[in-house]
Unconditional design. Sequence first.
Length: 283
Amino acid sequence: MRAFACQNCQQLVFFENSECLRCGSALGFVPEQRDLLAFSPPAEADGTLTALRGGSRHRRCANALIAGCNWVVPADDSGEGPELCASCRLTRTRPADDDPVGMAAFLDAETAKRRLVFQLLELGLPIVSRLEDPETGLAFDLLSSTAEQVVTGHENGVVTIDLAESDHAHRVRVQEELGEPYRLADGMLVHAELLIGDSVVMVKDAGDDDFRALLCTYWPDVDAAWERAVAAGAEVVFPLSDQFYGERSGRIGDPFGNQWMLCARIEALSHAEIAAREAHLDQ
Ligand SMILES: [Zn+2]
Ligand SMILES: [Zn+2]
């Protein structure tokens, strides 16, 4: 996450800040500019904020209080325009106002979601909401499993999050139950997929990985490809072997710090068959 400077006093300020701690200027994140702007004091009586630089006019997102949101929306002279910012707008379902536990977790989840949306914007990825595309547009259902059974996951653009997972102890329990070490609620991008031509490209934030990039490639004759790569001096990271999920794969490193998965599909398995084999492995 990059840092920002207060446009009034140059103090270092952060993505979540709604006020400069040094000079007191009101701050707000403008998604269209991917920048944290400082506004001139005081805000007008109707809540309109005027950018210190450039004079553009904005209003705070309507979720400023309940979601701790510091993003702003454009304010045109008619007073019309969106109420919710580009991130809050993506939430389709949230806990009820009279659910204090759910609402506290909602605030944490929205904070993480703003970081995620920011990262998607930084990557130049299009964000198409469910309102714009009712079939596959992006929407978030932020639900509390204290009230109902909730399964965190995603389907056709709808991301469902069990808000109870913003509680660290609960999340660690679910991590262990599901064997998912990468289950996070801090906005880190763990797994996104892009379709380029007929190839799926996976994107994630850099973690404590020991590679620069990891490319997973499929081969008609993976053994021959493996032998050629190793003979050419590739470093073996994981040897080529048959995997329980129906693939034969191995991982090599190149001299530039990248790693390559060489894979072949050797069995056609259903999700249920893979899950059954995985459960068997764990015993
Ligand atoms: Zn300042
Ligand atoms: Zn907002």
